[in-house]
Design a protein around this ligand. Structure first.
Ligand code: NAD
Length: 478
């Protein structure tokens, strides 16, 4: 089975070996060790900082056309290598091969979108109060970026950050996910082969808290971008802001789905079962709390359970697998904790409800109903293949319950009524709302949350906002 050789990527060089500590990389479907990941030493991190600082001085002056060419080439190469990169993702992260390859093909577009948008980083001219004065606003790259990307969409989350930083004219040190490193390894190779000057992108691995502390505390780093849990995001954002550094935070969610009596129930079930169990539910915008209006509750839940029961769970490399293992053994215990808590509090487990015995981190796709308000599943992000069903009577009630948590990332609504669609989409406290279809996370649309789900957007025309400073120049022409 081919799996890439893992290395650090610093100042244009792929580095491994020496007396660096290494970490076992496991296949979550089999528990077998498939590779060794070298961790960066403090000297490696300092070398990456120095390289990024040096590279920034030249890259900030590069023309948008030059940046655009590199990013376009990255997208072309990513598509050409999607099968290999996807296989690596299935081997270290576990998701079905079609999802892994799809992630690479779909997210090659992020590089393309940033290639297009970076040519449109416009400033403006502000009419002055005196004819001899010219007032201009420039948007300049912030400097060296420290980026931290997670393991659930290892290609997607990392390429968005790298493309935004590179497109804006920043240099970047990317710490990828140690649990599932092959996609970020591939991204380093893509940028290298696309001709990115050395030092503009650097990739490091290590103990997350040690690497992030080292990088964030360095005076070289001017911006932090992180995707991961709310708890870690709050810690990193606090550290960044204490040093007056910018940050973009894409954090956890607990997405409500509101299905009204007037919805197309068949379409809603078909879309939501696929979306709920995609990537074994390890998705920040995964639908987790299903609020179903009483007139369609029984039908929705019965159909949802039947379709869930029919899902084929297995090794992501096996033909026909629809859901793979959880990415790490620790996730199995975490997900079981949510289900056991619900069961102990009197909830009904309609399907699934336990780990699947045997090798690998498999957990059965699970649907839970009759959840008491105190159930952890209704408050904390489950980040796994578990759906909670809740009956509601009025739209106001659904809105109030959906908005009751501090999270605010994604929400979903199914209704045929324009009125309900309007009331719900404007009333939901979340960064993104998808009504009657699945339309989130496209390259050209902003992706991001509010409240405990983070701050800042990735994608869309907002994508460079977090990577640019605003400079005002006023000049008197004598
Ligand atoms: P975790 O909180 O330990 O780690 C989450 C991510 O943050 C990982 O990628 C990890 O490498 C990184 N991380 C952890 N501590 C860090 C630090 N001090 N500095 C820099 N990076 C750090 O949890 P986990 O067990 O890996 O994942 C489970 C939880 O993480 C889930 O419950 C989910 O809420 C969250 N998560 C969210 C996303 C997302 O897309 N928003 C992605 C992955 C994980």
């Amino acid at each position: 089975m081919t799996y890439p050789k893992l290395s650090l990527y610093i100042d244009g060089e792929f580095i491994h070996g020496g007396d660096r500590p290494t970490q076992d990389i496991l296949n979550p479907a089999t528990g077998q060790v498939i590779a060794q990941l070298p961790h960066a030493t403090p000297q490696d991190l300092d070398r990456a900082l120095a390289a990024a600082a040096r590279a920034f001085e030249a890259w900030k002056k590069s023309s948008p056309i030059e940046r655009s060419k590199v990013l376009r080439k990255v997208s072309e190469l990513a598509r050409a290598r999607a099968q290999d990169i996807g296989r690596g993702i299935t081997l270290d992260q576990g998701k079905p091969l079609a999802e892994s390859v799809g992630e690479v093909m779909f997210c090659a577009e992020h590089a393309e979108w940033h290639a297009e948008e970076c040519r449109r980083i416009y400033g403006r001219v502000i009419p002055a109060r005196h004819p001899a004065v010219r007032q201009t606003v420039l948007r300049e790259p912030v400097g060296v970026v420290a980026a931290f990307s997670p393991w659930n969409f290892p290609f997607n989350q990392a390429i968005r950050k790298a493309a935004a930083a590179v497109g804006a004219g920043c240099s970047v040190i990317l710490k990828g996910p140690e649990d599932a490193p092959s996609a970020v390894q591939a991204i380093a190779q893509l940028f290298h082969d696309a001709g990115l000057p050395k030092g503009v992108l650097n990739v490091v691995w290590g103990v997350p808290s040690e690497v992030s502390t080292h990088l964030i505390e360095s005076p070289v780093v001017r911006k932090i971008t992180f995707t991961g849990s709310t708890a870690v995001g709050k810690m990193l954002a606090a550290k960044a802001s204490s040093l007056m550094k910018r940050s973009t935070m894409e954090l956890g969610g607990h997405a409500p789905v509101i299905v009204c009596d007037d919805a197309d129930v068949d379409a809603a079930v078909a879309l939501m079962v696929g979306f709920k169990f995609r990537n074994a539910g390890q998705v920040c915008i995964s639908p987790t709390r299903f609020y179903i209006q009483e007139g369609v509750y029984d039908r929705f839940v019965a159909d949802f359970v039947a379709k869930t029961r029919a899902l084929k769970v297995g090794n992501g490399l096996a033909e026909g697998t629809q859901m793979g293992p959880l990415a790490q053994a620790r996730r199995v215990g975490a997900v079981a904790g949510f289900v056991d808590d619900a069961r102990e509090r009197g909830a009904s487990i309609l399907v699934g409800g336990a780990p699947i015995p045997g090798v690998g981190n498999f957990f059965a796709p699970t649907v839970v109903a009759d959840l008491p308000d105190q159930a952890r599943l209704l408050h904390e992000e489950p980040f796994g293949p578990v759906a909670g069903m809740i009956r509601f009577k009025t739209i106001d009630e659904a809105l109030q319950r959906a908005n009751a948590l501090p999270y605010g990332l994604a929400s979903y609504v199914f209704t045929r009524s324009n009125h309900n669609a309007h009331v719900l989409s404007t009333g939901l406290a979340s960064g993104m709302v998808s009504v009657n279809h699945l339309g989130l996370a496209l390259a050209e649309t902003p992706f991001g949350g509010i409240n405990d789900s983070g701050m800042g957007s990735e994608g869309g025309s907002e994508t460079f906002d977090g990577y640019l400073n605003t400079k005002f120049i006023t000049q008197l022409n004598g």
